[in-house]
Design a protein around this ligand. Structure first.
Ligand SMILES: Cc1cc2nc3c(=O)[nH]c(=O)nc-3n(C[C@H](O)[C@H](O)[C@H](O)COP(=O)(O)O)c2cc1C
Length: 325
C-alpha cells in the first residue's frame, strides 16, 4: 500500500466493492492487501453450479466488484492501475491493483461512488424511462472500448424475450439441482448472503414482469400496484468469446452500467436465466444481429419516485473477505 494511504480508506473501498451485485448474492470474492498492492481472487467454493454450469457468473460478479472497488478508490482520491489475471498458473487470481493519488475528485466521480449504496436489484415492474433518448448516449459514453458490447433492444422484441424467459422456466421445471440451489440461496434464514424475502417478487408481482427469473415465492404482497406492466428498457451485454477474461470484463461493464443508471434515477435488475440454457440464449443471440456471446441482460426503468428505498441486501462481514497482510 502507498505509504500515505490509510488502511481505513482501503477497508472502506473493499466494503463498497462488496456491495456489487453477484449471482444469488453469493459474493464469490476474496481480497488480499499486501504492501502497496490489493489482490482480487475468485472464491470457487461459492460457485452456483446448479444455476450456471459454465462458471461465468461468479467471474462476472467479481468483475462488478472490481469496478466498484475502482470507483470507490477514485472517490477517495486514488486512481487504480489494474493488472488482470496477473498469475498465469493461478486462474483464481483475477487482478492485482496498485494506486496513484489524484489531486482532485470530481462531483461526477463522487456521485458514482454514492450510487453504490443507492443501487438495489429491483425485481418489481418498472415504468418506461421517458428520457431514454437523452440518457442512452450518456450511458454509451460511460462504457469504455473494451471487449464488451452494449445493445439496447427495441421494445418490439419484448414478446420474443418473454418467450425465451418462459422457455428457460419450462426446460428447468424438473431440474432438481437448480431448484435446490435457488431454495438455498433464497432461504429466509441466511443473514449475510443470498436473496432475502423482501428482495423477491411475489407471484402476483412476478406475473407483471414477463422476463424475470422465477425465484421461489416468499410473500404475497402486491407492491407497486400503479405499475401494471413492466416497461423497462432491456439492455444486453455481450462479448466476443466466453473466456474468463471476457467474463471479468463483462462484470466490470455491468457495474458501470448499473451505477450510471442509478445516478440517473433508473432502477435496474440484472438477468441471466435466459443465458444459462443454450435454447433461450440462442433466442437472445438472434436479437443481436452480429457475432458475439450474450452474457447478461439488464432491465432499466422507473420505480415510483415517492417509494421508500428497500433495505439493502446483506453482505458477508469484511473480515471474512479481506485479509490485510
Ligand atoms: C452475474 C449475475 C447474475 C444475476 N442474475 C440474476 C437473475 O437472473 N435474476 C435476478 O433477479 N437477479 C440476478 N442478479 C442479481 C443478484 O441476485 C443480486 O445482485 C444479489 O441478490 C444482491 O442484491 P443487490 O443487487 O440488490 O445488492 C444477478 C447478478 C449477477 C452479478
Amino acid at each position: 500500500m502507498n505509504k500515505t494511504m490509510d488502511t481505513a480508506v482501503l477497508q472502506e473501498a473493499v466494503m463498497l466493492a462488496c456491495r456489487a451485485p453477484s449471482v444469488h448474492n453469493s459474493q464469490p470474492w476474496r481480497w488480499v492487501a499486501d504492501g502497496g498492492v490489493v489482490h482480487l481472487f475468485l472464491d470457487r467454493r461459492r460457485a452456483v453450479p446448479g444455476t450456471d454450469r459454465s462458471g461465468r457468473e461468479p467471474l462476472i460478479s467479481c468483475g462488478a466488484a472490481l469496478d466498484h472497488f475502482r470507483v470507490a478508490m477514485l472517490a477517495a482520491g486514488w486512481r487504480t492501475n489494474v493488472e488482470r489475471f496477473p498469475t498465469p498458473k493461478e486462474p483464481n487470481h483475477l487482478a492485482s491493483i496498485t494506486f496513484d493519488s489524484v489531486d482532485r475528485v470530481t462531483k461526477a466521480q463522487r456521485d458514482r461512488a454514492e450510487a453504490i449504496l443507492q443501487r438495489r436489484t429491483d425485481r418489481l415492474p418498472l415504468g418506461q424511462p421517458t428520457y431514454w433518448s437523452f440518457f442512452e448516449p450518456v450511458l454509451r459514453d460511460s462504457v469504455d472500448d473494451g471487449p464488451v458490447r452494449l445493445d439496447v433492444l427495441s421494445d418490439e422484441v419484448r414478446p420474443l424475450l418473454a418467450k425465451a424467459s418462459a422457455l428457460s422456466g419450462v426446460l428447468r421445471r424438473d431440474d432438481a439441482s437448480y431448484h435446490a440451489e435457488l431454495d438455498w440461496w433464497t432461504s429466509p434464514f441466511t443473514l449475510t448472503e443470498g436473496v432475502p424475502p423482501d428482495a423477491l417478487a411475489s407471484e402476483t408481482e412476478h406475473r407483471r414482469v414477463d422476463v424475470g427469473r422465477e425465484f421461489p415465492f416468499r410473500g404475497h404482497e402486491d407492491r407497486r400496484p400503479a405499475v401494471r406492466t413492466d416497461w423497462s428498457k432491456i439492455l444486453v451485454l455481450s462479448t466476443p468469446e466466453d473466456s474468463p477474461e471476457n467474463s471479468l470484463a463483462c462484470g466490470e461493464t455491468l457495474s458501470t452500467v448499473l451505477l450510471e443508471c442509478t445516478v440517473s434515477f433508473l432502477a435496474t435488475c440484472t438477468l441471466t436465466h435466459l443465458i444459462e440454457l443454450e435454447e433461450s440464449r440462442d433466442i437472445v443471440r438472434s436479437l443481436l444481429g452480429e457475432q458475439g456471446q450474450p452474457q447478461l441482460l439488464i432491465r432499466a426503468g422507473i420505480a415510483p419516485p415517492l417509494e421508500r428505498l428497500p433495505a439493502a441486501t446483506p453482505r458477508r462481514p469484511l473480515g471474512d473477505v479481506l485479509q490485510i497482510r
